[in-house]
Design a protein around this ligand. Sequence first.
Ligand code: RNT
Ligand code: ZN
Length: 416
Amino acid sequence: MNEQRFAAAVDAFADWGVNVEAALDRLAGISISVHCWQGDDVVGFEKGVTAGSGGGIQATGNFPGRARTPDELRKDLEFAYGNIPGKHRLNLHASYLDTLETPARDALEYDHFSSWVDWAKDNGLRLDFNPTFFAHPLADDNLTLSHPNKDIRDFWVRHGERCRDIGARFGRELGSPCVDNIWVPDGYKDTPVGRMAARERLEDSLDRMLTTRYDPAHLLDAVESKLFGIGVEACTVGSHEFYLGYAIRKGTLLCLDMGHFHPTENIADKLSAVSLSVGEILLHVSRPMRWDSDHVILLNDDIQAMANELVFGDLLGRTHIGLDFFDATISRTAAWVVGTRNMQKALLRALLQPIDMLRTAEDALNYSDRFVVTEELKDLPYGDVWEAFCDRQGVPTGKTLLSDLNTYQASVAHRG
Ligand code: RNT
Ligand code: ZN
């Protein structure tokens, strides 16, 4: 770390009344839930399932190095976490079981995932979880919890129940609530006549799935909406209005995925609005390009706006920051590392804003000052503060980071 540059940065921020050390302390305490599925293109380890995704989501690209086994994925994750400052979480999907058995999805047990918990304990990580309602013959119709066939609905309800049970055990074992996020692909390619009936079925299935009460110290349930997906262009049963209402009425977390809204909607704006009605929020930080394309997040205006709202709205204490992107055209470990760090960089920038000064200007309707200050702040030396943060946390930046990422990638390229 360049001590002189850091000292100069501390002074530059102090000049605006911002305490750099306080910002760094807060940043160090923010855990991000890193999604397992960036490491293997959402394929998972279910025997007999070779193609990833389904349900309208898709990782594209054939860059070498895709993790093919739980051990490879864990090795890649260890490398990635080693290059991300701070202590974080792993977000697992039910299709990432680690067992020689071939359990049906409605017969999953904790034991099928216990190796992940052992590994999480060894690495000081906490776990989150997701039932997998796609890439399965009983999801081929793009209907699961809202399927007109009760047997199929029941199967998926049982799957969801198993996952909640497993997630609660994760939370108990690791001493931190596991967020279990429910996303179903359900919808119609062409205009349905039974939207109402489909939504009633989804609600009924969710109610049944969520009947068992778990200690919130172990398990938190979240529901994730979507605007549309490939193959479900005309109607998504679990739309935003559906889940917003559901989360408010039933007391679940609401998951906001940045790729699940109209391209011109401002997702950051939704945080303060929904937080008046729901207790806790789960974010799926992502980057849609023209559609829900799940590009790796950049340090761009959208991400910065999210981070600003989390900090300015004092929402960090009740928002779970999860990532949801998958790109198979670049190094998967680089995607994890740089994507996660971008979220942290955005949070750091937000924490370094002189919010009281901006608020005072705004409340006095002095929009000119708000405008001038906001723009002047963009020239402050955020990079020097970030470098100090990484240095203190023992992770590289700049060319060293590039070379470490490349060395690791070269070591996994033989996987094909
Ligand atoms: C799909 C949802 C969902 C998935 C993961 C893999 O559109 O965003 O969160 O990406 O469950
Ligand atoms: Zn998502």
